[in-house]
Design a protein around this ligand. Structure first.
Ligand SMILES: *[C@@H]1O[C@H](CO)[C@@H](O)[C@H](O)[C@H]1NC(C)=O
Length: 301
């Protein structure tokens, strides 16, 4: 016969297992999501659910820079404030690597469902879509530096997930590709601006990350500073070539170029509805995030 105590204990352990499983992120605070599903890599999953959550909310994935973390990007970027204003959810992935850059170099991360960090982040998006009945037509990705590189990778490897992407001081998708297949490898030739190619070649790098895909792709906005000595400003032109190539725009003939837009010293170049870049004269690494402009590009404002 079981004692009362053992019955109680087993009830309690069932309860605590269930509550662990279903522990909901607390609205209005940065919460870590655990036990959430398939994690090909150990990237941390942090989420900000606004107190003012919209019905069928949008989602922004905000990806941190090297040496950063979910918490640091949460503190240092405007998205949590904007989330309360517009009701969308923010996913802040946290890199699992020492030095905490993102893996934007391995074959796994550079292929659709290939099992790298990009796959883990894509799974976070899918979990959030189903958990919050979020609006799949309002899913966006952005990031700074290493997070900007990952933003380009996400747009290339998971084009079906995102409607738009904003890149703050990154490199083209695949530019950090490691010849030895290294995970989270630094690539000096790319960082120094020596990886250059035609728009067609850069576009092919994108197509090769998700071969056979022919559905819609996210529209792209690329920021880079002219005084960037971490990821050479040459990467601005290379990234613009890449996305102009993907969308079939003529890289040599942008639709419009406007000076002092969106602020003094910045130049906006528009290739068409799907691709535009903003080159920031005398700005270093990284270009400061422009929260309210991001809201316009993503269609919240
Ligand atoms: C760096 O990336 C380029 C592509 O941008 C690639 O051709 C090269 O092999 C990479 N270098 C290393 C050391 O992996």
């Amino acid at each position: 016969m079981r004692s009362l105590l053992s019955i109680l204990t087993s009830c309690l352990s069932v309860v605590s297992a269930a509550s662990l499983q279903a522990r909901a992120p607390t609205p209005g605070t940065l919460s870590q999501v655990t036990n959430w599903g398939t994690q090909p890599t150990n990237a941390g999953f942090y989420i900000y659910v606004p107190r003012n959550l919209a019905a069928s909310p949008g989602i922004i994935v905000a990806i941190h820079y090297c040496t950063g973390s979910a918490q640091a990007y949460y503190n240092g970027s405007p998205y949590r404030t904007l989330s309360e204003q517009y009701g969308f959810i923010v996913i802040y992935p946290s890199s699992p690597h020492s030095g905490t850059c993102w893996d934007v170099s391995s074959r796994q991360t550079l292929s659709h469902n290939g099992g790298g960090d990009s796959n883990t982040i894509a799974n976070m998006v899918k979990w959030t879509l189903s958990q919050y009945s979020a609006d799949a037509s309002k899913v966006f990705v952005t990031g700074s530096s290493s997070g900007a590189m990952m933003t380009n990778v996400m747009a290339a490897a998971y084009p079906e997930l995102f409607q738009a992407a904003i890149v703050y001081s990154g490199v083209p998708a695949g530019c950090f590709m490691s010849s030895g297949g290294g995970v989270n490898a630094w690539n000096s030739s790319c960082a120094n601006g020596q990886s250059t190619a035609t728009p067609q070649k850069w576009a092919q790098v994108v197509f090769d990350m998700d071969p056979g895909y022919d559905g819609p792709r996210p529209k792209m906005q690329i920021y880079h500073g002219s005084a960037d000595y971490t990821l050479s400003s040459r990467n601005y032109q290379e990234t613009m070539k890449q996305w102009a190539g993907v969308f079939g725009y003529n890289y040599d003939q942008p639709q419009a170029t406007t000076q002092n837009d969106p602020q003094s010293g910045y130049t906006r170049t528009v290739y068409g509805p799907m691709v535009q870049g903003i080159y920031a004269q005398n700005v270093g690494h990284t270009v400061p995030i422009r929260g309210s402009d991001d809201m316009k590009f993503f269609g919240f404002a």
